[in-house]
Design a binder for this molecule. Structure first.
Ligand code: ASP
Length: 466
């Protein structure tokens, strides 16, 4: 029989139908067995009456088994109807059960909210955790937000383009994850900390408006709101200035989140300079909401700009604060070229902040080779070292590079803002544990002797601690 989605059952009152889904609840009352069954569209109660052909099987059907269930859709008597519950006024009188996938005893209760369950256990059985109402809601919300942003960008003439994962290191201020090369003994690829250089090269390549739902992979210390992998809505635009990128992003976010029913505290998003926020909040991430607005989950977006370009390294040299490829603010271009008053040079970097989190950041890029070279010189690179690092960019910029700029928005942070979640694992389908172990599967793992041999690698025994 054709499958009917549970969400559509009300259109089939009086008919015998087949639904497919999972058993959320089984209440065996001896003579009768009650079930709550759910699929991706909703839930419904079913009853197996004593004389039903399905009564024996009903008693053997464990919770969370996947099942095909057939029966008649009945209006429930008004006195039994569960008010306010979707499908609370109908039930299925079950005459057939097929267990499609039997469920063993569950390692934990799949409740509405599994946040309190031990992390290792949750992530070892993440596929079960994903069945919980909270995870279903968060992951679907994520999909919806990304879809809406994608649609907006397509409407604004952006082209979605993928960039390589096996690549050369791009500095984003983190450690790289590296991949050994089998073909080139002793050489390594780096997984991208961001598509920064490729997206800029796409601007040289004439695409003008690029976006990608891109994975950024960074070997940094794990925190509640930071993992090894995160997803960015990565954008780059040609022939634009700072305000163009900011207003495009503002339009995209406003359109998406308002369509999803959220309220934004202030539009256009307020803009603060770095100096202002440091004085006002003592940090470049801040929460503009009143306690009342926090209760209501209002979204308080704001921009921070005019960041210092460089900061001192512990060794007394200079390094970039955000992005070495950025353009300084127009009034500091000469200062950068002359490498004067380095600590005072401001960058065109703009960060998007929301409800206490940094949600995105970008800049207008230094598209003149001289500016990029000067930035690297300030950071202590010799000419040869600069060539080795970014010679390909300098060469590319010699062939009619358009002025360009862009931004990357963190998808997880955006969703944390929407949901009020404070931990990355609540908004990623398969996050890592705090200790950097993958969910369900067991990476990182040792390689076999054969793999090591092929990769020309030798592993030193780990240093003993303590
Ligand atoms: N690549 C930067 C980042 O990942 C964003 C950008 O400047 O576009 O933070």
């Amino acid at each position: 029989m054709e499958r009917i989605y549970i969400g559509d059952l009300k259109d089939h009152i009086g008919e015998t139908v087949t639904i497919k889904g999972w058993v959320s609840v089984r209440r065996d009352q001896g003579k009768m067995v009650f079930f709550d069954i759910r699929d991706m569209t909703g839930a419904v109660q079913g009853v197996v009456l004593p004389k039903s052909a399905a009564i024996e099987l009903a008693k053997q059907t464990n919770r969370e088994s996947s099942v095909a269930i057939s029966g008649e859709v009945k209006q429930r008597p008004a006195k039994n109807a569960q008010e306010g519950k979707v499908n609370g006024d109908i039930e299925l009188v079950i005459d057939g059960i097929e267990i499609l996938g039997a469920a063993e005893t569950l390692p934990f209760e799949i409740m509405d909210d599994t946040a309190g369950i031990n992390e290792e256990v949750r992530l070892a059985h993440r596929y079960l955790d994903l069945r919980s109402e909270r995870m279903q809601r968060n992951i679907r919300l994520r999909s919806e937000l990304v879809r809406r942003c994608r649609e907006f960008l397509f409407n604004e003439k952006f082209t979605e383009i993928e960039t390589p994962l096996l690549t050369e290191s791009t500095p984003e201020g983190s450690r790289d994850f590296v991949v050994p090369s089998r073909l080139h003994p002793g050489k390594f690829y780096a997984l991208p900390q961001s598509p920064q250089q490729y997206k800029q090269l796409l601007m040289v390549g004439g695409f003008e408006r690029y976006f990608q739902i891109a994975r950024a992979i960074r070997d940094e210390d794990l925190r509640a709101d930071r993992g090894f992998e995160h997803t960015q809505i990565d954008i780059e635009m040609s022939f634009v200035e700072q305000g163009d990128v900011m207003s495009t992003v503002e339009k995209m976010i406003t359109g998406a989140v308002e369509a999803m029913g959220y309220t934004i505290k202030e539009k256009p998003f307020p803009r603060f300079t770095y100096a202002e926020v440091m004085e006002k909040f003592g940090a470049d991430k801040f929460d503009l909401r009143t306690p009342e607005e926090k209760e209501k989950n209002i979204l308080a977006y704001a921009w921070v700009h005019k960041f210092p370009f460089f900061e001192k390294t512990p060794e007394g040299g200079w390094t970039f604060t955000h992005n070495p490829f950025s353009m300084p603010v127009p009034e500091h271009v000469d200062q950068l070229l002359q490498k004067k008053n380095v600590g005072e040079i401001l960058t065109t970097q703009y960060d998007l902040v929301c409800n206490g989190y940094e949600t995105g950041g970008g800049s207008i890029r230094a598209h003149k080779p001289g500016l990029l070279k000067a930035a690297y010189e300030i950071m202590g690179y010799t000419e040869d070292e600069t060539q080795e690092r970014i010679g390909h960019m300098l060469t590319a910029f010699g062939f009619g590079v358009p002025p360009h700029g862009g931004i990357a928005l963190g998808v997880e942070r955006l969703i944390m803002n929407l949901t009020g979640e404070t931990h990355l694992r609540e908004v990623q389908a398969f996050p890592m544990t705090r200790g950097g172990q993958t969910s369900v599967m067991k990476a990182p793992k040792s390689l076999t002797a054969k793999q090591l041999e092929e990769l020309h690698l030798q592993v030193k025994p780990p240093k003993k601690h303590g």
